[in-house]
Ligand binder design. Structure first.
Ligand code: C2E
Ligand code: CA
Ligand code: CA
Length: 245
């Protein structure tokens, strides 16, 4: 497992972490999640992967939260195929109840696909009633419908890095500006993904985007490295670089 810090782009404070799955195979080496997650979905193993990620990320995030000394968010990626699993709801209820200083955020892609599926919509409602927040991952990519933003209990919108990496483009910039304005009008938190340089950070802050993550702050790191960064003096607290606000 690796953790990537999510930063408040205005105050420079750490808001929490996204937990990302890693697989180090003895023969194949590091297999990227873009390869093994779709495989797990095809093999019917994605529920086990999701539950394992949820349980272990909480175990590790408790150490991060204890060192941070205040409430923080923990984002876990969930396949839409897994959302209706009653075991997920039971685990989420138990973990949320046991760890009130950790705000669980469940990140889902392809919500447009589940928008019309009553069973999934009901499962997402129950997860939110249990205290989880729901984030739309990779917003702006994939399926075009956004009507699910009305129907599903979404509270966080993550702007895909294919937009953030291209903010100098005269068509991308107003698009991102419009997405941020729409999200804010709906009362949603916006997190920009894939912030790699200071110019992108400055532009996003001017557009009113309050949260973000990316290599500028820190790559996804193992728990030990995140704990070290939190223990470091103030300039290193965010992971690898301190924000200049
Ligand atoms: P994602 O959820 O959009 O995760 C963010 C990905 O962007 C991560 O790749 C991260 O390493 C990468 N990233 C972060 N900041 C930057 C940046 O500044 N620049 C660039 N170029 N990339 C950045 P990773 O870890 O390879 O994960 C790929 C995808 O695999 C994830 O995309 C997510 O969709 C999926 N995934 C990862 N872990 C899990 C999991 O536990 N469960 C499920 N269902 N999917 C997962
Ligand atoms: Ca994600
Ligand atoms: Ca994403």
């Amino acid at each position: 497992m690796a953790f990537q810090p999510v930063m408040n782009l205005v105050s420079g404070e750490l808001e929490g972490y996204e937990a990302l799955a890693r697989w180090s195979h003895p023969d194949l080496g590091d297999v990227p999640p873009d390869v093994f997650i779709p495989l797990a979905e095809q093999l019917g193993l994605i529920g086990d992967v999701g539950l394992h990620m949820l349980e272990s990320s909480y175990t590790q995030a408790r150490q991060l939260q204890a060192r941070l000394g205040r409430r923080m968010a923990l984002a876990v990626n969930i396949s839409p195929l897994h959302a209706t699993d009653p075991k997920l709801l039971r685990a989420a209820r138990r973990l949320i109840g046991a760890h009130p200083d950790i705000q669980l955020v469940l990140e889902l892609t392809e919500l447009a696909l589940v928008g019309d599926d009553q069973a999934t919509a009901r499962a997402l409602d129950l997860l939110v009633e249990a205290g989880a927040q729901l984030a739309v991952d990779d917003f702006g990519t994939g399926y075009s419908s956004i009507s699910y933003l009305n129907r599903l209990p979404v509270s966080v919108l993550k702007i895909d890095r294919s937009f953030t990496c291209d903010l100098t483009d005269t068509r991308t910039l107003p698009l991102v500006q419009g997405v941020i304005a729409m999200a804010q009008a709906m009362g949603l938190q916006v997190i920009a993904e894939g912030i790699e340089d200071a110019a992108t950070l400055t532009t996003l802050r001017h557009l009113g985007c309050h949260s973000g993550q990316g290599f500028l702050f820190s790559r996804p790191l193992p728990l030990s490295a995140c704990l070290d960064a939190l223990a470091a003096p103030e300039p290193k607290r965010s992971g690898s670089v301190r924000l200049v606000v």
